[in-house]
Design a protein around this ligand. Structure first.
Ligand code: AMP
Length: 477
């Protein structure tokens, strides 16, 4: 019988690592890096650091539930002394997992202390956990990430160095993972053979960084060195970046939804500007679904660049229709369903002056259940918009994701059981157009990508039922 602990959780998270070869503390770099990656996870945040001049005998860490600025005070941050460290922000999932699921995982094992942070979701996490459990392993969390940490520690017993242990561990993993690991005295990054989730390398003077997104490097004034390639392990030590392939990546499959929704608009993933991908999606929508209208508006944040693209393609002026209140922290008392139905809107408000008396084209990144867009269409109409034409910069969501995108179960995906016309009617729009599947390749030209949530083409295999995919979207308005 499989217990709860055999359930994996979908993890759309952010990871960051830093190593200062001049021996200065890196905790504040990691803090600002995580702050820049906050959009990738709001459930918990954590940083672990160690001091290479003391042979990394001690690892100091702090992690907790909440946003980065809720978890760390100046005092906590100042107390984290060390020139090598990793950090993590974790996405909320409905599947459970409290403080014990917060990362980085800091584990003591025969060779010392290892810290690890993970973004992605394994497809064989349950099987690996089962196999390890039968040999006596005990797990404290429900995450795949703990399995990876355990595997690395176990492999280290049979290998000469930590990077070899990471290599043999990663060879056993299926599915999505971008990892940062610190172990005496190396900073290691690894990206699964398909490259589902992003990971890049940065540098500032004598400090090297690993980050989920390039925007976090910009935030700390570091230069972008390069992306970690799918199937690659990089080991940063003594100021050099060693590279090794742990898998041959003949077929790669970057998550196309990173370009559409997850990643920051100012990031680049594998050389492709996220902003340009979104503008292109908007232009394609303008081309395929033209309409007579007065103004194009985008739903903040990820709909904005696509709206710019629609405006450029259609020559209809672009306007700012929404004010977004971004100060909604984890402890904020969210309105109840009743309050929401009776019009309590805390995150988004319409700028009435902009939309009243106008025919609006409203661009958003995706429709999952349809709740968000229905509310927003109503808000626009209540504010006096004459018509609302919805354009969506992704195709209809029809499948679960096994590689770390948090998608509700199929019966909750509005596009599974409804036609586009039915969806249009249910959200109260005057017209509705989705990006076409055949156009997805234009968002990241020359790069192979995964579009399984739209097509059901799961290049990286699927997880067993127990993997617990289909967690709810919990950060919705
Ligand atoms: P819904 O109300 O279920 O249709 O939610 C759609 C909105 O949720 C989109 O406009 C996105 O901003 C956001 N969204 C889409 N996919 C995800 C995801 N995997 N996790 C969290 N939010 C998402």
């Amino acid at each position: 019988m499989r217990e709860d602990i055999m359930t994996g959780l979908g993890e759309e998270c952010g990871v960051f690592g830093a190593y200062d070869f001049d021996g200065e503390n890196v905790a504040s770099y990691i803090y600002y890096g995580l702050f820049a990656l906050q959009h990738r996870g709001q459930e918990s945040a954590g940083i672990s650091v160690t001091n290479t001049s003391e042979n990394c005998k001690n690892v100091m860490f702090h992690k907790d539930q909440g946003l980065v600025d809720e978890v760390f005070t100046k005092k906590t941050l100042n107390s984290l002394k060390g020139n090598l460290g990793v950090g993590h922000v974790r996405y909320s999932t409905a599947g459970g997992g409290g403080i014990e699921c917060a990362q980085p995982f800091v584990i003591h094992y025969i060779k010392g202390i290892l810290s690890m942070a993970h973004n992605g979701n394994l497809t064989n996490g349950v099987e690996l956990k089962q196999e390890l459990a039968t040999t006596g392993a005990i797990f404290q969390t429900t995450t795949d990430s703990e399995v990876i940490a355990y595997l690395i520690a176990r492999e280290r017993l049979h290998t000469l160095c930590i990077e070899d242990a990471v290599k043999s561990a990663t060879q056993k993993l299926e599915g999505a993972f971008s990892l940062v690991v610190s172990s005496p005295a190396k900073l290691i990054g690894a990206r699964d053979r398909f490259g589902f989730r992003p990971l890049c390398i940065g540098r500032k003077d004598n400090t090297y960084f690993l980050s989920s997104e390039t925007a976090a490097l910009d935030t700390i004034g570091a230069e972008f060195v390069r992306d970690v390639e799918p199937g690659e392990i990089v080991t940063i030590t003594d100021g050099v970046i060693k590279s090794e392939k742990f898998a041959d990546s003949k077929k790669t499959a970057r998550c196309v939804f990173e370009y559409i929704y997850f990643a920051r608009t100012d990031s680049y993933i594998d050389g492709q500007s996220v902003y340009s991908s979104r503008v292109t999606a908007g232009k394609l929508l303008a081309d395929k679904f033209p309409v007579d209208a007065d103004l194009v508006v985008g739903v903040p944040e990820s709909g904005l660049a696509a709206a710019v693209g629609y405006s450029q393609g259609s020559k209809i002026p672009y306007g700012m229709a929404f004010y977004k209140n971004s100060y909604v922290g984890r402890t904020f008392i969210k309105p109840s369903q009743n309050e929401r139905t009776s019009g309590v809107q805390v995150k988004l408000n319409v700028i009435r002056e902009v939309v009243k008396g106008k025919r609006i084209v409203m661009v958003d990144d995706s429709i999952v259940r349809g709740t968000t867009i229905r509310n927003i269409v109503k808000m626009l109409k209540d504010a006096g918009a004459l018509e609302v034409h919805v354009r969506v910069s992704s195709p209809p969501f029809r499948h679960p994701c096994y590689y770390g995108t948090d998608v509700p179960s199929r019966e909750n995906l509005v596009a599974v059981n409804h036609t586009v016309e039915e969806i249009r009617e249910s959200i109260g729009a005057d017209s509705l157009g989705y990006l076409e599947i055949d156009d997805l390749d234009k968002l990241c030209p020359g790069l192979e990508f995964c579009d399984a949530c739209f097509t059901g083409n799961f290049v990286g295999g699927v997880a067993s039922e127990e993997e617990g995919n289909g967690c709810c979207l919990t950060k919705l308005v």
